[in-house]
Design a protein around this ligand. Sequence first.
Ligand SMILES: NC(=O)c1ccc[n+]([C@@H]2O[C@H](COP(=O)([O-])OP(=O)(O)OC[C@H]3O[C@@H](n4cnc5c(N)ncnc54)[C@H](OP(=O)(O)O)[C@@H]3O)[C@@H](O)[C@H]2O)c1
Length: 264
Amino acid sequence: MSFKGSVIWITGASSGIGAALARALAADGPKLVLSGRQVDALRRVAQQTGLPGEDVMILPFDITDADARAATVDQMQTRFGRIDLLVNNAGISQRARVLDTEMDTLRTLMEVDFFAQVALTRAVLPLMLAQGGGHVAVTASVSGKLGSQGRAGYCAAKHALMGWFDALRAEHARDRIRVTTIVPGYIDTPIAYAALTGDGSAHAKPSKGNARGMDVDACAQRIAQGLRRRRREIAVGKGLEMHALWLKRWFPGLLFRLVERLPG
Ligand SMILES: NC(=O)c1ccc[n+]([C@@H]2O[C@H](COP(=O)([O-])OP(=O)(O)OC[C@H]3O[C@@H](n4cnc5c(N)ncnc54)[C@H](OP(=O)(O)O)[C@@H]3O)[C@@H](O)[C@H]2O)c1
């Protein structure tokens, strides 16, 4: 089903997967709400969508700020009056082993990658229920299905997302609330730069894994197609990590042994 005329709100739209998804979904002719903290980057993405100015709203805010979250929901509602699809895509990665990761850093990861996504969804859900239905998506990760080295906090947050959004789907299926969990493998985005090291500072380096990953626009096209089809889960990626999804289900012992041998 096309999103023509639908109101779509994408968080993490200033970069990477969110920006590419904005460009991909723009082909349908929706009304787009783009969020992130970097206003100039959001403006660039708005231009890249090619949509008329009145159909794109830039709504910058820090997703961990509860007051800002509430204000943006109000602003979005005032401008467009409804919301058909919320894509909870903002996120931050990690580059530090368990014992090197301070508890405050772990809490930041959980705040950005889990609690903020849940809070925004809870703020939008009453609007969707009042209008008779809606669609909520969240960008989880293969790291939401499998734990690996140097990412314990990120993996924990992404596993939590998978559980919470699966439960949301089950709870509200009869209210015509559709829920999509997006499960990317390595995608070629700058995600590693903002990834948190143990003390909470930015990793500030590129990642070979991401550089070898799937092209971000190809990834966004796959996600857009899955969203149009109202898929419950969209797995997207091109590397060996995608095999982890079926190995975890059918041969978990083998997968655990393979992951233990990875460097890091
Ligand atoms: N790239 C991959 O290989 C990969 C794989 C699996 C899952 N994912 C997930 O995909 C999503 C997008 O990641 P990406 O690869 O596109 O990375 P990215 O290019 O670094 O984009 C991350 C986005 O999240 C936003 N963001 C981060 N912290 C925020 C905050 N506190 N408040 C508001 N916005 C915030 C950033 O916006 P501002 O900087 O403007 O605030 C940016 O738009 C994330 O949830 C990530 O975990 C990525």
